[in-house]
Design a protein around this ligand. Structure first.
Ligand code: MAN
Length: 352
């Protein structure tokens, strides 16, 4: 493990207002992060659920046209509980989330504390986003800020792309990876004349455990020439694996922090634990993994990483450079946002 030079709980659910009065915020997690001008800004995922309880029923939220939330009440006996996040309708096997998500902008000044929390910044707009928009990853390309995000709906879990110049007006570029695919990070510049991204496709036929793939594009919208990049090797990353922070250019290669999931036990509701490792990709040929950490560099250890909505989770999604320090922003226990400061050289030395 790499030393935590800084360790801080940055944002809790109680710090953020819900999007409507009849909802409660149960998580503020998985932030995108970027230094813009003199300020670190986070685009955070706000997770909320209906406040009302009805004995014998489970409320399942969904966004409807006009940017409002509606609730479907389903009888408990019609549903199987998958885990704390999802239920499955017994009659047809269809899955629903017990919460929904939207994105908010958070201003962090020098990056180590929260100065102010903005309004709902980016809320679901179409049927392809009706169960929520999740886990943004921000990359500056030219003078625009692009972010990938997970669009969840009755049609599956897909990844979409949006961009903005000012975090007030957004352009939606549509779905860039169809279901099921998430954890998509964009490289900040063309390499060999093409844009590149890392993504994580998952199918229902489990020939393999989930893997990270690489794709190329002429315009950030049309993606092809897919290649498998890597899978999990050691126990801590053999359940699931996915890119975490957008690639950071270093003299040694592209540095990407990724998450791995320890394969859950067969106990119903067990989600397993999430830790983070790092990879270094060749600067000119990012389909080549030069080095990777064998052991996690971040593991759940602070109280707020161990206890929460989903216990034992560190899930890095944002990274900012400050001199020799890397500020890593992450979801802790699917409940809060934590900040960890790492020494860049120590991280690079942990890569074998
Ligand atoms: C997983 C988790 C949830 C998320 C769903 C749909 O269950 O990452 O937080 O809501 O996938 O993306």
């Amino acid at each position: 493990m790499v030393r935590r030079l800084l360790e801080r709980l940055l944002l809790r659910p109680g710090d953020v207002p819900p999007s409507q009065a009849d909802f409660e915020v149960i998580g503020v997690i998985n932030p995108a992060a970027m230094t813009i001008g003199n300020e670190v800004k986070l685009l955070v995922r706000v997770v909320e659920r209906p406040r009302e309880k009805r004995p014998g029923f489970i409320p399942l939220p969904r966004w409807v046209p006009g940017g409002k939330l509606a609730v479907d009440w389903l009888a408990e006996q019609e549903l199987d509980i998958i885990d704390c996040r999802a239920v499955r309708r017994k009659s047809d096997g269809v899955v629903r989330l017990t919460f929904t998500s939207h994105l908010r902008l958070v201003h962090c000044g020098a990056g180590r504390s929260v100065l102010s929390i903005g309004r709902e910044t980016f809320v679901p707009e179409s049927e392809l986003e009706e169960y929520g928009v999740e886990d943004p990853r921000l990359t500056q390309i030219g003078d625009r800020f692009y972010f990938t995000y997970v669009a969840v709906s009755r049609h599956g879990v897909a990844t979409a792309l949006a961009s903005t110049a000012d975090f007030q007006r957004f352009v939606r570029h549509g779905i860039i990876h169809c279901p099921e695919n998430k954890d998509v990070v964009l490289f900040p510049e063309r390499i060999g004349g093409e844009f590149h991204c890392l993504h994580r496709p998952v199918g229902s036929m489990s020939f393999t455990r989930p893997e990270i793939w690489l794709a190329r594009s002429p315009d950030l919208v049309h993606w092809g020439r897919h290649e498998r990049l890597m899978g999990g090797q050691t126990d801590w990353e053999t359940g699931k694996i996915g890119s975490g922070t957008p690639p950071l250019k270093t003299a040694d290669g592209w540095l990407v922090l990724y998450h791995g999931n320890h394969r859950p036990s067969l106990r119903p509701g067990d989600v397993g634990s999430y830790a983070a490792g790092a990879i270094l990709l060749d600067l000119d040929h990012p389909n080549q993994v030069l080095r990777r950490t064998k052991e996690p560099i971040l593991q759940p250890s602070a109280d707020y990483e161990i206890q929460g909505f989903v216990p034992h989770v560190v899930f890095p999604t944002g990274i900012v450079e400050q001199g020799d320090m890397l500020l890593v922003y992450y979801g802790a226990a699917d409940t809060c946002i934590g900040l960890i400061g790492l020494d860049r050289q120590e991280v690079l030395s942990a890569l074998k």
